[in-house]
Write a protein that binds this ligand. Structure first.
Ligand SMILES: [Cu+2]
Length: 212
């Protein structure tokens, strides 16, 4: 019993130490006019060296619900597995023509879709053969350090000391622009901050009131 309680105390101390000395970067993403941009992928690549080995990458899930993929944008590390549960009453036929991961999952419902392993860095665009408006993006990154901006265009990534390149990717930039900034994290430093301004294509207004 004593051993257990001592272990718990040790854990808590370690957690407290980690959060008190969090170093890394807090990013704010905007368009050229200063409007905040949710759903932007921020990823941080260590400079001049392979990313630290971090075990098996975390998996993800892209659900189909209400004739939409959810979430619209996903970010995973190379090697991650993604599941595609269909929670609609209708069947979907999902596919990708993207070189980073081509696949074709014929009509299915429920949990029947095969999980897909994303083993190449790049951008994967998903569609559905039955429902043309369904679209989703998977950004596959070759680093364990990544995040997606929230509704306020903000993201935060904790990093060990080192030199990095920080990149900001959004599916709707002009020419696929992915701006980057150099970052040096010193041991024991507080969070750095950075602002990214992305050149955005005009948003195409969906057919309002088209019913389906
Ligand atoms: Cu569909």
């Amino acid at each position: 019993m004593h051993c257990v309680s001592r272990y718990v105390v040790l854990c808590c101390n370690l957690l407290a130490a980690a959060s008190a000395s969090a170093s890394g970067i807090a990013v704010q993403v905007q368009d050229a006019a200063g409007k905040v941009l949710p759903d932007t992928v921020i990823y941080v690549e260590p400079e001049g060296a392979a990313a630290a080995a971090g075990g098996k990458p975390a998996g993800a899930q892209i659900e189909q619900k209400g004739l939409k993929f959810m979430p619209l944008v996903s970010v995973v590390q190379v090697g991650a597995t993604i599941n595609f549960p269909n929670n609609d009453k209708v069947r979907h036929h999902i596919y990708s023509f993207s070189p980073a991961h081509k696949f074709d999952q014929k009509l299915y419902s429920g949990q029947a879709a095969s999980p897909q392993v994303f083993d190449k860095a790049g951008t994967v665009v998903l569609g559905c053969n039955i429902h043309d408006k369904m679209i989703a993006y998977v950004k596959v990154v070759d680093t364990p350090y990544f995040a997606k901006t929230d509704g306020a265009g903000a993201a935060r990534i904790e990093l060990p000391a080192g030199k990095y390149v920080v990149k900001a990717w959004h599916y709707n930039t002009v020419g696929g622009a992915t701006p980057e900034q150099a970052l040096t994290v010193k041991a024991g430093a507080e969070l750095s901050t950075a602002i990214f301004k992305l050149p955005m294509k005009p948003v195409v207004v969906d057919d309002a009131g088209s019913g389906l």
